[in-house]
Write a protein that binds this ligand. Structure first.
Ligand code: ATP
Ligand code: MG
Length: 570
């Protein structure tokens, strides 16, 4: 492609409305233009990147035995009513009526439609397993569309659905998708982790989120530096350290701690470590007070608390709410004799002769012992994991990082098939509901995530497999016949060898061409300029490493195509 003919409007200024780097760079590099909130046009350059992702996804889904189809975007409400989701889905589901007053919606996902197809067409265990997928535009009326393609209202998703005869077989289908996803994101050239998305037992978990690691990710995840373990902060299980020698229990002792309400000041005053203190936090769980105990040097993980209590919402009580619930000012609350619901982090059970609030202003208790001095409703993993904790799988060192969710795989079981009476006849003649799984990839979000992960101050640094063009040739002086001929020759020969090339033949200053090449993030840049006139040399520069090499046209033609084909093969 010749740049002079390409519809590629780049911007010099950083658009004010864009908050994250991928959005800014996509606007500047002529990827996308906004039509309305969360709704974008893909311009040719952006569409080319999107197509690269789609192609990799398609190849790997096919390799894993899935088959592509294409379902409608407009869906009848009746189907959604069968599963109860028409009412339940909430305002993200865009509902409307057509000219015949039929209720409809725009598809945010396709479980209902695919289950309807399968229940009509497949009737026997002999037809299974089957995995069907599509790459299609979804609409979700997101409350806060933002960050460009990262969270759009209209976006491109690959969604796949598997149908199996049994749980075990569904787990086989699940593992195939897990493998396919690993191949997909590896082939995209991205650094990613598969993260357990459920709090279920380690090992037997059938919901994973695939996270591209990038600073601007919406999720904090904890990853092991030694094994493949990765989990959302909210779900990362804390492994309880082996108990130390148990000290003898001493007699409780009330001590005056005037004005000492914070962990640090109590510890300083009493000359103890924060790990010897039991911190008592009062929460409102769906409005009702619950006291939560953690070690003084730990933080409560609110999602874990919410899950333990089985409530919709937990909120730390403010000073007034705390006093109303306990009759004690914040800072002096403790578990001994406290009259509200009490739960504790698992670690607290093993504490000996700890310090805790005395439930009286300006007083704490020494030598508090769980079991002897107070009982709790339950001990559970309720605290935030830290990088000082060992990996729950292998004991290795943990690290925190930010991630962008680009894919989600999920074993659905029979929830949809039962509600929709989607059944098959098993080998023993009995009728059974299909066991399902669903597997999504945010194809357009992958493009944004790739840029979040790979850029510098000058622009995008495309991973080679996703780059719309693999190479850009800068003709630094299109009016010079010799340079022009050399650039064109190089272009024609590279194209002949299957390289995707953009020839910058615009009548622009060299400075502008260098800037645009960096902004666009094309992995290899060849410059044809003065050096060619002087000694027949051109420059090859890697966008990623910045390394520049001088070589002749022949040398370049002998190294570049194989460098590129090697890099996109795995
Ligand atoms: P999120 O928590 O980000 O809202 P989700 O749980 O709603 O995601 P799924 O329903 O599992 O997402 O959709 C599958 C994939 O589609 C997600 O992993 C994500 O990559 C992508 N995706 C979801 N919502 C959007 C959106 N509004 N814009 C772009 N991509 C999206
Ligand atoms: Mg969502």
């Amino acid at each position: 492609m010749r740049y002079s003919q390409l519809f590629l409007p780049t911007l010099k200024e950083t658009p004010a409305e864009a908050e994250v780097i991928s959005h800014r760079l996509m606007l500047r590099a002529g990827f996308i233009r906004k039509l309305s909130a969360g709704v974008y046009t893909y311009l040719p350059y952006g569409l080319a990147a999107l197509r690269r992702v789609e192609q990799i996804v398609r190849e790997e889904m096919n390799r894993a035995g899935a088959q592509e189809l294409l379902m409608p975007m407009v869906q009848p409400a009746d189907l959604w009513k069968e599963t109860g989701r028409y009412e339940k889905y909430g305002p993200e589901l865009l509902r409307f009526t057509d000219r015949h007053e039929r209720e409809s919606c725009l598809g945010p996902t396709h479980e209902e439609v695919i289950t309807d197809i399968v229940r009509r067409e497949l009737h026997s265990y002999r037809d299974l397993p089957v995995n069907l997928y599509q790459i299609q535009t979804k609409f979700r009326d997101e409350i806060r569309p933002r960050f460009g393609l990262m969270r759009g209202r209209e976006f491109v998703m690959k969604d796949a659905y598997s149908f199996d005869v049994s749980d075990e077989q569904a787990e086989v289908s699940y593992m195939k998708m897990h493998e396919a996803y690993k191949r997909i994101f590896t082939r995209c050239g991205l650094t990613f982790r598969a993260v357990q998305a459920d709090s279920g037992a380690i090992g037997g978990n059938f919901s994973h989120e695939f996270m591209v690691l990038a600073k601007t990710g919406e999720d904090t995840i904890v990853v092991c530096t030694a094994c493949e373990y990765a989990a959302n902060m909210e779900k990362a299980e804390v492994r309880l350290a082996a108990g130390e020698d148990v000290a003898a229990m001493l007699e409780p002792e009330k001590v005056e701690t005037p004005g000492r309400r914070k962990v640090e000041s109590v510890c300083e005053f009493l000359g103890i470590e924060a790990s010897q203190l039991i911190k008592t936090m009062v929460y409102l769980a769906d409005g009702k007070p619950v006291a939560v105990l953690v070690r003084g040097d730990r933080e409560v993980q609110e999602v874990k608390l919410k899950n333990l209590l089985g409530v919709a919402d937990v909120e730390l009580a403010d000073d007034k709410q705390t006093f109303d619930a306990t009759g004690v000012p914040t800072g002096y609350i403790g578990p001994v004799g406290l009259a509200i619901r009490l739960v504790a982090d698992q670690e607290v059970a093993g504490m000996r002769n700890a310090v805790a609030g005395a439930n009286e202003k300006n007083y704490h208790l020494r030598n508090v012992n769980p079991g002897r001095d107070f009982q709790v409703e339950s001990y559970a993993d309720l605290r935030q994991i830290t990088t000082d904790d060992p990996c729950p799988l292998c004991g290795g060192r943990l690290e925190l990082t930010e991630g962008i969710e680009v894919g989600h795989i999920f074993k659905l079981g029979t929830s949809y098939s039962e509600k929709m009476q989607a059944v098959f006849q098993d080998s023993d003649g009995s009728e059974k509901p299909f066991v399902m799984g669903c597997y999504g990839i945010g194809v357009s979000r992958v493009v944004a995530a790739a840029i979040e992960q790979n850029h510098d101050d000058n622009g995008i640094i495309f991973p080679l497999p996703l780059a719309p063009f693999q190479t850009i040739i800068l003709n630094l002086d299109p009016r010079d016949e010799q340079i022009d001929t050399a650039a064109r020759k190089l272009y024609a020969e590279l194209v002949r060898q299957g390289v995707e090339v953009l020839l910058d033949d615009r009548d622009e200053r060299p400075g502008a061409k260098f800037k645009d090449a960096d902004l666009l993030g094309i992995p290899y840049r060849i410059t044809v300029g003065k050096k060619y006139l002087q000694g027949g040399m051109v420059e090859l520069r890697s966008r990623k490493t910045g390394v520049v090499e001088e070589m002749s046209l022949d040398q370049l033609l002998s190294v570049l195509p194989s460098m590129i084909s090697d890099a996109i093969r795995i």
